[in-house]
Design a protein around this ligand. Sequence first.
Ligand SMILES: [Zn+2]
Length: 55
Amino acid sequence: MKRTDPSVETGGEDGGVECPYCGSTDTVREHPKGPSLCRSMHYCNGCEQPFERFG
Ligand SMILES: [Zn+2]
C-alpha cells in the first residue's frame, strides 16, 4: 500500500533523511541486496557515512 504523490517525490523516506551523525539532510537512500527488508540503508553525503534507518 504505497501512496505516490509526484509533488513530493523526493520527500518522506526516500530522501532527505537526517543523518544521525552530523544532522545533515543531504543523504541518499541505498538499496541493500541482503535480507534487510525491515530496514533501509542511507548514505550521508555530508560526513560520508552510511547509516541505517529502521522502518
Ligand atoms: Zn552525516
